[in-house]
Design a protein around this ligand. Structure first.
Ligand code: MG
Length: 208
């Protein structure tokens, strides 16, 4: 599966918005990660020297099977061919500095290995995307727990909204946002993310 772009949704769970001291958005907050940030299950998340705190964010990923633009909400889910567990790894100190200065998040979100994703499963194996438990553990300790029912903008709304502005293509990935409980990753950690019925994702963390 060739990935052209990874569209990520920020601030899509209220509890996470609160922990980040942000305001609830009126429209989905979007940013991109480059395909070079993708790694698979078991591969190492590499933290470069001198970038400060790096956080985990467990998310449900939608993989586009049929591309499109101006996709109506009622048809949106038919454009999704696969689902996966995604970890939106974030250089939080770099992001916080960028936010304060009104600058983009591209570097904070887009470093190599900052988009671990599980092997995608066919989306027709999951009947309802709006009731999936998400969970993330670091070294076995529970850090994040949520449910996709808590999304502010559900998957069909996200696909429809994104496709008004960016043409979706086969293989594109949409990361749908993280629940609360984000926290630091350190070299030597093992981070395990899970979305019930979708899969699990386990990655060691190393100094680059
Ligand atoms: Mg995120």
């Amino acid at each position: 599966m060739r990935c052209v772009k990874i569209v990520c949704v920020g601030q899509n769970y209220r509890e996470h918005i609160r922990e980040m001291s942000s305001d609830e958005p009126a429209e989905p907050v979007l940013f991109l990660k480059p395909p070079t940030s993708l790694i698979g299950d078991g591969e190492a998340i590499l933290i470069p020297e001198g970038i400060g705190t790096v956080h985990h964010e467990v998310e449900l990923a939608l993989v586009i099977g049929t591309g499109g633009r101006d996709v109506p909400e009622e048809e949106a889910l038919s454009h999704v061919s696969h689902l996966a567990v995604f970890n939106d790894v974030t250089a939080r100190d770099v992001q916080t500095a960028a936010r304060k200065a009104g600058l983009p998040w591209a570097l904070a979100k887009g470093m190599d290995t900052f988009a671990p994703m599980s092997g995608p499963i066919p989306s027709d194996r999951v009947p309802d995307l709006r009731s999936l438990d998400l969970e993330l553990r670091v070294n076995g300790e529970l850090r994040q727990k949520g449910n996709t029912a808590q999304m502010i903008f559900p998957p069909e709304r996200l696909i429809s909204y994104i496709s008004r502005f960016m043409t979706l293509e086969e293989g594109d990935i949409i990361a749908t946002g993280t629940p609360s409980g984000v926290g630091p990753l350190r070299p030597g950690d093992i981070v395990e993310a899970a979305v019930a019925g979708v899969g699990t994702l386990r990655n060691p963390v190393q100094r680059r």
